[in-house]
Design a protein around this ligand. Structure first.
Ligand SMILES: [Fe+2]
Length: 198
């Protein structure tokens, strides 16, 4: 992909405003992606996916899942939680878990596990590492998103252009994080907007 093509893709994915927000240090206050109602159609709900065997309740509340000693590339993930009517889901709960850089889940403690809440505009901000790989799966992040008093949406997020995506029966392009290049740390900055039914 040429730089011009990449830029067009990012703009089409609604990166211009969020990227500006990151550059100015204002990660909060992200505007809805243009896809959300801009063409007169309501966005479809984010597809659910299996939680897999490694979910653990009662994770600590924190927006940073970088652990002491982590040397893996950092990942900044931002976005919003919206309804299918494009309304922000203020205070939405986001419960995140993923494997470490070596592909291992912490099933005894809470490394790379945590929950956080969207702000009044539905915006969230998560700092973590790029998870590793384990046999049978492509690179992914597990997440459960829930409106206050709403039903939880359990799904998984994926990374574009991963060699193992096509061979993973769970992977969906619709669930890929959109990335933009960003100078400085974290090494990768991505965006994903969750759309909840109702
Ligand atoms: Fe997993």
């Amino acid at each position: 992909m040429t730089p011009a093509e990449r830029r067009r893709r990012l703009l089409a994915a609604g990166f211009a405003l969020p990227l500006l927000a990151w550059r100015t240090g204002a990660a909060q206050g992200l505007r809805p992606t243009p896809a959300c109602g801009a063409d007169g159609t309501a966005p479809s709900a984010t597809p659910p996916q299996t939680a897999g065997p490694y979910y653990m309740p009662n994770s600590p509340q924190r927006g940073v899942l970088v652990e002491a000693g982590d040397s893996a590339p950092r990942l900044l993930l931002v976005g919003r939680v919206l309804t299918t009517a494009c309304r922000p889901v203020a205070g939405a709960l986001l419960d995140v878990w993923h494997c470490d850089a070596e592909g291992h889940y912490d099933n005894a403690g809470f490394r790379h596990r945590g929950h956080l809440f969207a702000d009044a505009s539905g915006a969230y901000r998560l700092e973590t590492i790029v998870p590793g790989l384990y046999p049978g799966r492509t690179r992914h992040i597990h997440i459960r998103v829930q409106a206050p008093n709403g039903r939880p949406l359990t799904t998984q997020l994926y990374f574009p252009e991963e060699p193992d995506n096509a061979g993973d029966g769970l992977w969906q392009r619709r669930l890929e994080i959109t990335f933009a290049p960003r100078a400085g740390a974290p090494a990768q900055a991505g965006r994903f907007d969750f759309v909840l039914d109702g």
